[in-house]
Design a binder for this molecule. Structure first.
Ligand SMILES: [Zn+2]
Ligand SMILES: [Zn+2]
Length: 131
């Protein structure tokens, strides 16, 4: 079996269109500054965000969002698209200070949306995630 592999993965029209319309997330009941920052960024970009086709047909499922790819929101099966886009972009920056550095991944869930961002070592303490 040969598989054709395309080097670029973008939201594909063969799977339908990615459109906007996913609602706003309320403030999480959390003491973590990084959670507030991720939610703020998520809400800031909500007006021009594209949702994968599956979220349109079945919005009643977890939604995934990556801070480095703020314009897309995906269902679980489409998180590969988010990850590949993130890798191609390779511009992930610390959510707290904006530095492009080695980051520890942080995941925040609020309002049915799983939000992921990265925090650098210097900011782990202030972000509330230092161990
Ligand atoms: Zn999907
Ligand atoms: Zn930082």
């Amino acid at each position: 079996m040969r598989h054709s592999v395309s080097p670029m993965t973008t939201p594909s029209s063969s799977e339908g269109h990615w459109v906007g319309g996913i609602g706003r997330v309320g403030d999480a009941d959390t003491a973590y500054p990084v959670a507030h920052e991720l939610i703020r960024r998520f809400n800031d970009g909500m007006n021009d965000r594209l949702a994968c086709p599956h979220l349109q047909t079945n919005p009643d499922q977890p939604q995934f969002w990556v801070e480095a790819v703020p314009e897309l929101i995906a269902c679980l099966n489409c998180t590969a698209t988010l990850a590949e886009t993130e890798q191609q972009r390779a511009n992930s920056c610390c959510v707290m200070c904006g530095r492009h550095d080695a980051l520890r991944g942080v995941t925040v869930t609020a309002g049915g949306v799983v939000m992921r961002g990265g925090v650098c070592a210097d900011c782990e303490a202030s972000a509330g995630i230092a161990l």
